[in-house]
Design a protein around this ligand. Structure first.
Ligand code: G4P
Length: 539
């Protein structure tokens, strides 16, 4: 392999932060960017969001609600490592976009609010991490406030998320009594001082917890710390890199993002423990990052912020080779070549050469609809990367067209928005020309409505539907499948690809159906097989 390529791969980490809203993801992101020198002032991420999004009606939804609908890519350098941080919107209104980001990363950073423990959104995002065996680093945040006992947080993570916890730092007190953390790996005491300025004497190398300096620094709390550390040494498994890389063990760090405390330890963990760009599975073979030829796949499409321009940006994760601005790549699904002149390279600012990108990097390609989520780009080899999932929607709406003469535009618009992954589109088996939309968050419907109006000049309303669950239905026994179809005329639809989907009124009914029709297969994630065989098999 080319030496330069090996070096570039080794110094990259591509990861996402997963958390429940309000756990502190934005604050932590901001502090990490400050460390990396990518921004100068805390508060600038929120400010940038507002300025950038002030251009379209669609973004007005975001502005009004003060949330980020679309996820973005941030890059920064830390300890000579190029970090690509992919944002996963964590607000209650989120979409498949959030999940799909996880197909483009090699590891994830999970942020937990120490007062709340594992919350629902984190649980869902972790399900996706588990599907793909993504290694997860955990940061327990807000230790400057009163929260659950640290052991209770670990227990909660282990029980709820079925992952073994190894605390690599351990907190000393909490709330007003929060004094800092003890770094179990390096035998270091890191003292907490509220505020964001760090001083060199905040860190004391202690080595042995029996050291009397611990008493000088912590007073009575030194005794508790010693007991805790002894307990942990006996009760906790040691950190095991292989275990972590398989996604079955997570190193845990404690801190306070707001006070810039514990952030550096987390960044160190990303550099030291998280894996560099990993091999990825395709339908035919595993692609290694150190292969010379360029390959990548589209994991996200974002419409242009400016409604005057119809083009969109396809976010491509580079899997192998070297990307160079202006290079010709093969778009396998369309069997056509693309000259990628106007790629946006989301690269760490400190790098000098921004004309090229390497495995693990994300590039944005401007496209007028030719690139879709899941598309593979290569230098010619016919490959198809696996593992871009669709998730069974939980909310459903019937589309009602206000101006019937725009039916053709409606069809086109819905088709394109569904291909982008903005929303899922279904046609009833026996519903004439009806369109049913499915989503995971209600905001997806609002975005669809606003974009149909702005981009396709189509006005629609929604009629609520009482379904709450969906499953893709597959069966090898054609007679049984036909019988199922005949028995459930009002509950069956087809998705964009023509696959059969069963819509259920509630989860209890759905469970009954799955039991009754046990010879059919009901899937909650499309492409699940591909996922299971996906990047993990390469590890
Ligand atoms: P999110 O992106 O995960 O939704 O969380 P975000 O960072 O926006 O943080 C949610 C709230 O928690 C914010 O307060 C933030 O200041 C606070 N927070 C984050 N980290 C810490 C921490 O370590 N300690 C404490 N005590 N609070 C923390 P807010 O009042 O909702 O917003 P803001 O007005 O401060 O922006």
């Amino acid at each position: 392999m080319h030496r330069r390529q090996a070096e570039e791969i080794a110094r990259r980490r591509t990861f996402a932060i997963i958390s429940h809203p309000d756990a502190g993801k934005t604050t932590l992101t901001e502090k990490m960017l400050l460390f990396g020198g990518a921004i100068q002032l805390a508060g600038s991420i929120k400010a940038r969001h507002t300025a950038r999004h002030a251009t379209s009606d669609w973004m007005a939804i975001e502005r009004e609600r003060g949330i980020s609908v679309t996820s973005s890519v941030m890059n920064f350098c830390f300890r000579d490592t190029d970090l690509n941080l992919l944002d996963t919107p964590g607000h209650a209104d989120f979409s498949e976009d959030t999940y799909r980001v996880l197909t483009a990363v090699d590891s994830a950073l999970m942020v937990i609010d120490s007062a709340k423990g594992v919350e629902q959104r984190t649980r869902k995002l972790m399900e996706v991490c588990r599907l793909r065996n993504i290694p997860v680093i955990t940061f327990v945040n807000k230790l400057d406030r009163m929260g659950l006992a640290p052991l209770a947080v670990l227990q909660d993570i282990e029980d709820t998320l079925q992952i073994e916890c190894v605390p690599l730092t351990w907190p000393i007190g909490m709330g007003r009594d929060f004094r800092g953390v003890f770094d179990r790996r390096h035998g270091e005491l890191r003292l907490f001082r509220p505020g964001t300025e760090r001083r060199p004497d905040d860190v004391q190398i202690i080595g042995d917890p029996a050291d009397a300096r611990l008493d000088d620094a912590l007073g009575e709390q030194a005794t508790t710390l010693r007991q805790d550390l002894e307990l942990l040494d006996g009760a906790c498994a040691p950190f095991d890199q292989a275990h972590f890389l398989r996604g079955s063990q997570t190193p845990v760090f404690f801190g306070s993002a707001l006070n810039n405390f514990g952030v550096q330890e987390v960044l160190d963990a990303v550099v030291d423990l998280a894996p560099p760009p990993q091999p990825r599975a395709t339908a035919t073979r595993v692609v290694r990052p150190d292969e010379p030829a360029f390959t990548g796949f589209v994991f996200k499409i974002q419409a242009n912020m400016d409604p005057g321009h119809r083009d969109r940006i396809a976010f491509v994760r580079i899997c192998s080779g070297r990307f160079e601005r202006g290079m010709k790549v093969r778009h396998l699904r369309e069997q056509k070549d693309l000259i990628v002149k106007d790629a946006t390279l989301f690269l760490a600012r400190t790098r000098t050469n921004v004309e090229e990108a390497w495995p693990g990097d994300i590039i944005g390609i401007h496209t007028r609809g030719r690139l879709n989520i899941g598309d593979t780009l290569t230098e010619g080899e016919p490959l198809q990367f696996l593992g871009i999932p669709s998730f069974a929607p939980e909310l459903f709406r019937l589309v009602v067209l206000r101006n019937p003469w725009r039916a053709k535009q409606l069809h086109l618009g819905l088709q394109q928005l569904a291909e982008e992954g903005a929303v899922q589109l279904f046609r009833p088996l026996h519903g004439g020309r009806d369109f049913i939309l499915g989503a995971l968050g209600p905001l997806q419907f609002e975005v669809t409505k606003a974009r149909l109006r702005d981009e396709y000049d189509v006005e629609i309303d929604f009629q609520p539907l009482s379904y709450t669950a969906a499953r893709w239905v597959y069966g090898t026994d054609k007679a049984r499948l036909d019988k199922f179809i005949a028995d459930h005329p009002d509950h069956l639809v087809r998705d964009l690809a023509g696959d059969l989907v069963y819509l259920a009124g509630d989860s209890w009914l759905l469970e009954r159906k799955i039991e009754q029709w046990s010879d059919l297969e009901f899937r909650s994630v499309r492409d699940q097989v591909a996922l299971a065989d996906g990047p993990l098999s390469a590890r």
